[in-house]
Design a protein around this ligand. Structure first.
Ligand SMILES: *Cc1c(COP(=O)(O)O)cnc(C)c1O
Length: 222
Protein backbone atom coordinates (compact mmCIF):
# COMPACT_ATOMS: atom_id res chain seq x y z
CA UNK A 1 0.00 0.00 0.00
CA UNK A 2 2.66 2.50 1.06
CA UNK A 3 4.72 1.45 -1.94
CA UNK A 4 1.76 1.99 -4.30
CA UNK A 5 1.12 5.44 -2.86
CA UNK A 6 4.74 6.47 -3.36
CA UNK A 7 4.71 5.24 -6.96
CA UNK A 8 1.38 7.01 -7.61
CA UNK A 9 2.53 10.34 -6.24
CA UNK A 10 6.00 10.30 -7.74
CA UNK A 11 4.50 9.32 -11.11
CA UNK A 12 2.29 12.41 -11.06
CA UNK A 13 4.81 15.00 -9.85
CA UNK A 14 6.21 17.23 -12.58
CA UNK A 15 9.96 16.90 -13.05
CA UNK A 16 11.81 19.24 -10.74
CA UNK A 17 9.36 18.67 -7.87
CA UNK A 18 10.78 16.53 -5.11
CA UNK A 19 8.76 14.32 -2.77
CA UNK A 20 9.54 14.60 0.92
CA UNK A 21 7.83 11.66 2.63
CA UNK A 22 6.66 13.01 5.98
CA UNK A 23 7.08 10.02 8.27
CA UNK A 24 6.42 11.58 11.68
CA UNK A 25 4.47 9.31 14.04
CA UNK A 26 5.03 6.32 11.76
CA UNK A 27 7.14 3.31 12.57
CA UNK A 28 10.48 2.23 11.13
CA UNK A 29 8.88 -0.76 9.29
CA UNK A 30 6.48 1.67 7.60
CA UNK A 31 9.37 3.94 6.62
CA UNK A 32 11.19 0.88 5.25
CA UNK A 33 8.22 0.14 2.98
CA UNK A 34 8.58 3.61 1.50
CA UNK A 35 12.33 3.07 1.24
CA UNK A 36 11.80 -0.15 -0.71
CA UNK A 37 9.58 1.81 -3.13
CA UNK A 38 12.64 3.93 -3.85
CA UNK A 39 11.89 6.84 -1.53
CA UNK A 40 15.07 8.39 -0.11
CA UNK A 41 13.95 11.74 1.27
CA UNK A 42 12.07 11.72 4.58
CA UNK A 43 10.76 14.54 6.77
CA UNK A 44 10.44 14.42 10.55
CA UNK A 45 9.27 17.08 12.99
CA UNK A 46 10.24 15.93 16.49
CA UNK A 47 13.90 15.77 17.57
CA UNK A 48 13.54 12.72 19.84
CA UNK A 49 11.69 10.66 17.27
CA UNK A 50 14.10 11.76 14.57
CA UNK A 51 17.16 10.79 16.64
CA UNK A 52 15.62 7.38 17.31
CA UNK A 53 14.84 6.64 13.67
CA UNK A 54 18.08 7.76 12.00
CA UNK A 55 20.27 4.86 13.27
CA UNK A 56 17.49 2.35 12.48
CA UNK A 57 17.26 3.34 8.83
CA UNK A 58 19.69 2.91 5.88
CA UNK A 59 22.43 5.50 5.67
CA UNK A 60 21.63 6.78 2.17
CA UNK A 61 18.50 8.60 3.36
CA UNK A 62 18.26 12.35 3.00
CA UNK A 63 16.58 13.58 6.19
CA UNK A 64 14.74 16.88 6.34
CA UNK A 65 13.67 18.48 9.58
CA UNK A 66 10.27 20.16 9.19
CA UNK A 67 9.10 20.98 12.72
CA UNK A 68 9.65 23.63 15.33
CA UNK A 69 13.20 23.19 16.61
CA UNK A 70 14.26 24.36 20.04
CA UNK A 71 17.83 25.55 20.30
CA UNK A 72 18.60 23.08 23.10
CA UNK A 73 17.76 20.17 20.74
CA UNK A 74 20.14 21.11 17.92
CA UNK A 75 22.67 18.41 18.66
CA UNK A 76 20.02 15.69 18.26
CA UNK A 77 19.19 16.91 14.78
CA UNK A 78 21.94 18.85 13.03
CA UNK A 79 24.58 16.10 12.71
CA UNK A 80 22.19 13.95 10.65
CA UNK A 81 20.06 16.35 8.68
CA UNK A 82 20.42 17.41 5.02
CA UNK A 83 18.00 20.31 5.15
CA UNK A 84 16.36 22.20 8.01
CA UNK A 85 13.13 23.36 6.40
CA UNK A 86 11.58 25.05 9.39
CA UNK A 87 13.86 27.89 10.48
CA UNK A 88 11.24 30.14 12.00
CA UNK A 89 13.14 32.68 14.11
CA UNK A 90 16.29 34.75 14.23
CA UNK A 91 17.26 33.08 17.48
CA UNK A 92 17.14 29.62 15.87
CA UNK A 93 19.02 30.82 12.80
CA UNK A 94 21.80 32.25 14.97
CA UNK A 95 21.99 29.08 17.05
CA UNK A 96 22.28 26.92 13.92
CA UNK A 97 25.01 29.17 12.54
CA UNK A 98 26.90 28.95 15.84
CA UNK A 99 26.59 25.17 15.90
CA UNK A 100 27.94 25.10 12.34
CA UNK A 101 30.88 27.29 13.30
CA UNK A 102 31.74 25.06 16.27
CA UNK A 103 31.39 21.85 14.26
CA UNK A 104 32.95 23.01 11.00
CA UNK A 105 29.77 22.52 8.98
CA UNK A 106 27.63 24.61 6.65
CA UNK A 107 23.94 23.85 7.19
CA UNK A 108 21.33 24.06 4.43
CA UNK A 109 18.18 25.83 5.59
CA UNK A 110 14.82 27.10 4.38
CA UNK A 111 13.26 30.10 6.08
CA UNK A 112 9.65 29.75 7.19
CA UNK A 113 7.45 32.82 6.88
CA UNK A 114 4.22 33.06 8.79
CA UNK A 115 1.39 33.62 6.31
CA UNK A 116 -1.44 31.33 7.43
CA UNK A 117 -4.37 32.81 9.31
CA UNK A 118 -3.77 30.69 12.42
CA UNK A 119 -2.50 32.50 15.50
CA UNK A 120 1.06 31.41 16.14
CA UNK A 121 4.22 33.08 17.23
CA UNK A 122 6.30 30.93 14.89
CA UNK A 123 7.56 32.12 11.55
CA UNK A 124 9.24 35.19 10.10
CA UNK A 125 7.40 38.14 8.66
CA UNK A 126 8.26 38.98 5.08
CA UNK A 127 10.20 42.05 6.27
CA UNK A 128 12.22 39.96 8.71
CA UNK A 129 13.19 37.55 5.94
CA UNK A 130 14.35 40.40 3.72
CA UNK A 131 16.29 41.93 6.57
CA UNK A 132 18.01 38.63 7.51
CA UNK A 133 19.03 38.09 3.90
CA UNK A 134 20.25 41.64 3.44
CA UNK A 135 23.03 40.67 5.85
CA UNK A 136 23.44 37.00 4.92
CA UNK A 137 27.22 37.34 5.32
CA UNK A 138 26.60 37.37 9.07
CA UNK A 139 25.78 33.65 8.78
CA UNK A 140 28.86 32.06 7.22
CA UNK A 141 27.82 28.56 8.37
CA UNK A 142 24.37 28.76 6.81
CA UNK A 143 23.45 28.14 3.18
CA UNK A 144 20.09 29.75 2.44
CA UNK A 145 18.29 27.37 0.07
CA UNK A 146 14.82 28.91 -0.05
CA UNK A 147 11.44 29.18 1.62
CA UNK A 148 9.14 26.70 3.34
CA UNK A 149 5.53 27.63 3.90
CA UNK A 150 2.20 26.35 5.06
CA UNK A 151 -1.21 27.53 3.92
CA UNK A 152 -4.08 28.20 6.30
CA UNK A 153 -5.79 25.00 7.47
CA UNK A 154 -9.03 25.29 5.49
CA UNK A 155 -11.02 23.74 2.64
CA UNK A 156 -11.35 27.14 0.97
CA UNK A 157 -9.15 26.92 -2.11
CA UNK A 158 -9.13 30.68 -2.57
CA UNK A 159 -7.50 31.17 0.81
CA UNK A 160 -4.99 28.40 0.16
CA UNK A 161 -4.10 29.91 -3.21
CA UNK A 162 -3.71 33.37 -1.76
CA UNK A 163 -1.37 31.98 0.95
CA UNK A 164 0.72 30.07 -1.60
CA UNK A 165 0.88 33.14 -3.77
CA UNK A 166 2.22 35.25 -0.87
CA UNK A 167 4.83 32.61 0.00
CA UNK A 168 5.88 32.48 -3.64
CA UNK A 169 6.17 36.29 -3.71
CA UNK A 170 8.57 36.25 -0.78
CA UNK A 171 10.67 33.63 -2.56
CA UNK A 172 10.73 35.68 -5.77
CA UNK A 173 11.45 38.94 -3.92
CA UNK A 174 14.54 37.42 -2.31
CA UNK A 175 15.87 36.19 -5.64
CA UNK A 176 15.22 39.59 -7.21
CA UNK A 177 16.63 41.75 -4.39
CA UNK A 178 19.63 39.59 -3.52
CA UNK A 179 21.02 38.16 -6.75
CA UNK A 180 24.15 36.92 -4.96
CA UNK A 181 21.93 34.42 -3.14
CA UNK A 182 19.89 33.38 -6.17
CA UNK A 183 22.09 30.44 -7.23
CA UNK A 184 21.41 28.71 -3.90
CA UNK A 185 18.00 30.17 -3.13
CA UNK A 186 15.94 27.97 -5.42
CA UNK A 187 13.68 25.85 -3.22
CA UNK A 188 10.02 26.57 -2.60
CA UNK A 189 8.71 23.94 -0.19
CA UNK A 190 4.91 24.22 -0.33
CA UNK A 191 2.20 21.58 -0.53
CA UNK A 192 1.00 18.78 1.77
CA UNK A 193 -1.36 15.81 1.23
CA UNK A 194 -4.49 17.93 0.78
CA UNK A 195 -3.13 20.88 -1.14
CA UNK A 196 -0.08 19.76 -3.10
CA UNK A 197 -1.70 19.93 -6.56
CA UNK A 198 -2.42 23.62 -5.89
CA UNK A 199 1.10 24.16 -4.55
CA UNK A 200 2.56 22.81 -7.77
CA UNK A 201 0.63 25.46 -9.70
CA UNK A 202 2.34 28.07 -7.53
CA UNK A 203 5.80 26.77 -8.33
CA UNK A 204 6.50 24.26 -5.56
CA UNK A 205 9.86 22.51 -5.90
CA UNK A 206 9.29 20.26 -2.89
CA UNK A 207 6.07 18.75 -1.58
CA UNK A 208 5.87 17.41 1.98
CA UNK A 209 3.40 14.53 2.00
CA UNK A 210 2.56 12.43 5.04
CA UNK A 211 -0.94 11.07 5.52
CA UNK A 212 -1.53 10.40 1.82
CA UNK A 213 1.42 7.98 1.90
CA UNK A 214 1.34 6.49 5.38
CA UNK A 215 -2.32 6.92 6.37
CA UNK A 216 -3.57 8.89 9.34
CA UNK A 217 -1.25 9.47 12.27
CA UNK A 218 -1.86 7.89 15.65
CA UNK A 219 -0.68 10.61 17.97
CA UNK A 220 -0.69 8.19 20.90
CA UNK A 221 2.31 6.12 19.77
CA UNK A 222 6.03 6.39 18.80
C1 LIG B 1 2.90 16.92 9.16
C2 LIG B 1 3.45 17.90 8.20
C3 LIG B 1 3.29 17.73 6.82
C4 LIG B 1 2.53 16.58 6.20
O1 LIG B 1 1.14 16.71 6.37
P1 LIG B 1 0.10 15.72 5.65
O2 LIG B 1 -1.16 16.49 5.67
O3 LIG B 1 0.06 14.49 6.49
O4 LIG B 1 0.60 15.46 4.28
C5 LIG B 1 3.86 18.68 5.99
N1 LIG B 1 4.55 19.73 6.48
C6 LIG B 1 4.72 19.91 7.80
C7 LIG B 1 5.50 21.10 8.26
C8 LIG B 1 4.18 19.02 8.71
O5 LIG B 1 4.35 19.22 10.02
Amino acid sequence: MIQDKIHDIVGKLPSGVKLVAVSKFHSVPELMEAYRAGQRCFGENRPQEFAMKVPEMPSDIEWHFIGHLQTNKLKMVLPYVSLIQSVDSLRLLEAINNWGTMNGKVLDVLLEPHVAAEETKQGFSCDEIMSVLSSSERYPNICFKGIMGMATFTDDEEIICSDFSRIREIHDAVRREYPVLADDFTELSIGMSDDYPLAIKYGSTMVRIGSMIFGSRNYGVV
